[in-house]
Design a protein around this ligand. Structure first.
Ligand SMILES: Cc1cc2nc3c(=O)[nH]c(=O)nc-3n(C[C@H](O)[C@H](O)[C@H](O)COP(=O)(O)O)c2cc1C
Length: 393
């Protein structure tokens, strides 16, 4: 498996599976070391205050069992800092290592997965993991394809947040659509004021009630549904992004699409732009006397032009498919026997992944932005060495 590092200068490397710790229950070892998620964060400057409490604040948004709308799996998602932080909780500049032990890895659940190890789980990654890793593939709770993996991303993103906060860059994500029920469009300010007021993190408080009622019905019917999470990054300076392959838009898409269950991403007005004319879609630039900056009257481009940030807020929407593991009988295949079977997969699943997806989107956006800032600032510094006035026309 090669793709476990994200970022070029500010980087996270993660490892960890869903239940593999359950296979290493050696009483001679502290429980925390059986297994879980790990993240190594590279590119952290020295002198940054990092405590387990600071990281925990972000992890608590993602952890399972938070609400009626999330999986009953009970994971504490407690983070332990392992390296890179010393006196007074200040970073030394060395890689920051963190572990998030899995606590809910009971034999009974592993046994359930073992009984189904030869069955293709519809909508899940079991078939493709089997094709890629053969008889050694991790059949216990989706292994590395499990959303447990996203805990490590959130811990890494929490480190990035500490730096972005100082740069005045705020990233927020919230649900704007669930099972086809759409929230009204919101400004950053309204979203910020309202987004933590319900279990869905949906800033349209009326629509959120409708969404929650609907989700309870979907759950009662032992089914699942998808939705859309919107992410705003406010305070992002113009000039981030490295054309042509590492445009900021491309890096954000990479970050988001790498999250399990995410099937699409839109920037600004996104797919709606396809139906517009040029005169309708262009954002009109103007000179803002107050800030001395060029700004745009509208932001249909979502804060990106040519894949480079234009100084307006970055706004993207991420579409998630319905949770694939449902408590219903489904037709599938027994790989070992080569036969079709009807099966109900024992499930401790989320009726929608959106309730726990938004902190992951925030984390991935933060990591992407900080990485882009490192690149852009390094480049600017060198350009200034060549010509100190390079920024003036
Ligand atoms: C926060 C979060 C929670 C998730 N919860 C579940 C779950 O409970 N059950 C499930 O089958 N998939 C869940 N998923 C989705 C799977 O991780 C994803 O469908 C799987 O890895 C297959 O990848 P794909 O859907 O991108 O093809 C979740 C994803 C995220 C981001």
């Amino acid at each position: 498996m090669f793709g476990n590092t994200f970022g070029r200068m500010f980087r996270i490397t993660t490892c960890g599976e869903s239940y593999s710790g359950g296979f290493r229950k050696d009483p001679a070892m502290p429980r925390e070391l059986y297994g879980g998620q790990m993240v190594i964060v590279d590119g952290v400057p020295p002198g940054l205050k990092i405590t387990a409490e600071i990281i925990q604040e972000e992890l608590d948004k993602r952890k399972p069992g938070n609400s009626r709308l999330s999986t009953p799996r009970k994971e504490a998602d407690r983070v332990f800092i392992y390296s890179g932080v010393m006196e007074d909780n200040l970073s030394t500049g060395a890689p920051i290592g963190m572990i998030i032990p899995s606590s809910d890895i009971e034999d009974v659940h592993i046994q359930q997965h073992k009984e189904n190890r030869n069955l293709v789980r519809p909508g899940q990654a079991s078939y493709t993991y089997y094709k890629k890793y053969g008889r050694y593939y991790d059949w216990a709770g989706a292994g590395r394809a499990s959303a447990r993996e996203t805990a490590a991303r959130v811990a890494g993103g929490a480190v990035a947040k500490q730096i972005l906060d100082r740069l005045g860059i705020d990233v927020i994500a919230y649900i704007v659509e669930s099972h086809g029920i759409k929230a009204a469009p919101v400004t950053y300010e309204t979203a910020k004021a309202n987004y933590r007021k319900n279990e869905l993190n949906c800033p349209d408080l009326e629509k959120a009630k409708e969404m929650i009622d609907d989700l309870m019905m979907v759950k009662a019917a032992k089914d699942s549904c998808g939705g859309v999470v919107e992410v705003i990054a406010a305070g992002v300076p113009a000039g981030l992004g490295e054309p042509v392959f590492d445009k900021l838009s491309a890096m954000i898409a990479h970050a988001m699409i790498s999250i399990g269950g995410v099937k699409g991403i839109e920037f600004g007005d996104g797919f709606k732009l396809a139906a517009m004319t040029g005169s309708e879609s262009n954002d009109t630039p103007y000179y803002d006397k107050e800030t001395g900056r060029i700004r745009f009257r509208t932001n249909r481009a979502g804060g990106l032009l040519g894949g480079i940030s234009n100084g307006e807020e970055i706004r993207v929407r991420v579409a998630a498919k319905p949770t694939s593991t449902i408590l219903q009988q489904q037709t599938t295949v027994d790989i070992a026997k080569g036969t079709s079977v009807e099966h109900v997969f024992a499930s401790r699943s989320d009726p929608t992944i959106c309730t726990r997806l938004y902190p992951v989107c925030e984390a991935m956006m933060r990591i992407t932005l900080l990485d882009a800032i490192y690149m852009a600032e390094g480049y600017k510094k060198i350009a200034s060495v060549i010509d100190p006035n390079w920024e003036q026309l």
